[in-house]
Ligand binder design. Structure first.
Ligand code: NDP
Ligand code: MG
Length: 390
């Protein structure tokens, strides 16, 4: 029986993880679940899975959670530090499915106890790749990708030598505005951006898919996870979202991973690793699908992609700054304070302002220095947003 904790349990990845666990209740013991504002869902799942502890990220919601858990054996807790404490409870595997940089600390704590970290929270590797990898290594803890593209690359690399890899291509659906022109994109609303053509995901990653900030984060995640050079990474627009990634080897072979656009594949792969077990996902009928299309992304419509390569070139804390500014810009777009295309401007301005500070960029990466840089980048991004509002 695997002992498992799920952080971000009430979100899209968290709920898909719980779906798989509930189908095989004898295989898992759920230890800790965390959520945010969705107290009802958190309490319901914690009770159904007989978790030891349920934690909401918000201290102000502690009493709500406590009363929802009354009369059960599930302990209620609240706040970011309570999530980190819950991550220290001994388990075999932690599903890291909080959205945003808030997912970093519980992931680090999980690695410190030697647990396998199933990483949906790509922001961890973008914000603090060196720190995450160092912590995993020091504690002989395993990192497993849950992002579909990275799970695909990971699977294509089984039995292969990374030194034989020439290139890694990750695919992008193109998101909600794949076929929109720049003018229409400039006027796009958060509601329009939050509709994904193929994947059913949380609101924030869906909007990030429309801007390709999600793909930009994933490019950096690819570099960190697989240790390849930035010039070995490619992004391909693939409207069908069935080929998740391709690995090109030095003999010219391309290994593609094909599967349905259902996150339960990558989640299930990580949950069962190193085994493969039957998963409740659609079996593709390629003869019926008939065609798979690929094209290069248009750099003018997706400035986020260029910024990803800038970030990798700057290195150090640039990923932390990039992610923090992106989170702020996304908040401002959702609040209708800035336009869709202005998100990239806010991120680029923040990066430009801070990347000249070599003391900041090259500081030793610890949780404290990362938090400091994250806060600073959020402040600078806020200033840019306020200026743009006039
Ligand atoms: P959701 O928005 O659906 O869920 C996010 C989860 O995090 C919820 O449980 C939410 O709680 C919780 N949460 C939100 N803010 C905080 C915070 N400040 N502190 C602690 N917990 C918080 O996101 P997704 O499931 O879509 O994505 C989760 C992660 O997985 C992201 O990093 C995303 O990039 C990545 N990912 C997602 C994919 C997908 O298919 N959805 C695919 C690949 C990667 P509540 O809802 O209760 O407020
Ligand atoms: Mg992905």
């Amino acid at each position: 029986m695997k002992r498992v904790s799920i952080f971000g349990a009430t979100g899209s990845i968290g709920q898909n993880t719980i779906d798989l666990i509930m189908r095989a209740p004898d295989d898992y013991k759920v230890v800790a679940l965390s959520g945010g504002a969705n107290i009802a869902q958190l309490a319901k799942d914690a009770i159904a899975l007989d978790a030891e502890v349920a934690v909401t990220a918000y201290e102000s919601r502690f009493e709500d959670l406590q009363s929802a858990l009354q009369g059960t054996s599930v302990v209620a807790a609240a706040g970011a530090s309570a999530i980190a404490e819950a991550a220290a409870r001994p388990v075999d595997l932690v599903m890291s499915a909080i959205v945003g940089a808030a997912g970093l600390e519980p992931g680090l704590v999980a690695l410190q106890q030697g647990a396998t970290l199933a990483l949906a929270n790509k922001e961890s590797l973008v914000t603090a790749g060196a720190l995450v990898l160092r912590t995993a290594k020091a504690n002989q803890a395993r990192l497993l990708p849950v992002d579909s593209e990275h799970s695909a690359v990971f699977q294509a690399l089984i039995g292969e030598d990374i030194s034989a890899v020439e290139r890694i291509a990750i695919t992008a659906s193109g998101g909600a505005f794949r076929d929109w022109n720049l003018n229409d994109m400039a006027n796009a609303t958060p509601e329009q951006a939050a509709t994904h053509p193929n994947w059913d995901m949380g609101q924030r990653i869906t909007i990030d898919s429309a801007s390709m900030f999600n793909k930009a984060l994933e490019v950096i995640e690819t570099k960190e996870f697989f240790g390849v050079d930035p010039n070995q990474i490619e992004v391909l627009v693939h409207p069908e979202s069935l080929v998740h990634a391709l690995v090109g080897f030095n003999d010219g072979a391309l290994m593609a991973h094909i599967g349905p656009a259902d996150m339960r594949h990558a989640i299930g792969y990580a949950l069962h690793y190193p085994d493969r077990k039957t998963l409740p996902v659609e079996r593709l009928d390629l003869a019926r699908i008939g065609q798979l299309n690929f094209r290069a992304p248009d750099p003018a419509r997706y400035p986020a992609l260029r910024l990803a390569w800038d970030v990798m070139e700057i290195g150090g804390m640039a990923g932390c700054i990039f992610n923090a500014a992106k989170e702020k810009a996304l908040d401002a777009f959702i609040a209708k304070r800035i336009g869709f295309l202005e998100m990239a401007t806010v991120v680029e301005n923040t990066l430009t302002k801070l990347s000249g500070d070599s003391g900041l960029i090259l500081a030793e990466m610890t949780l404290d220095t990362v938090k400091h840089t994250d806060q600073l980048a959020r402040r600078i991004a806020d200033e840019t947003i306020q200026k743009r509002e006039g």
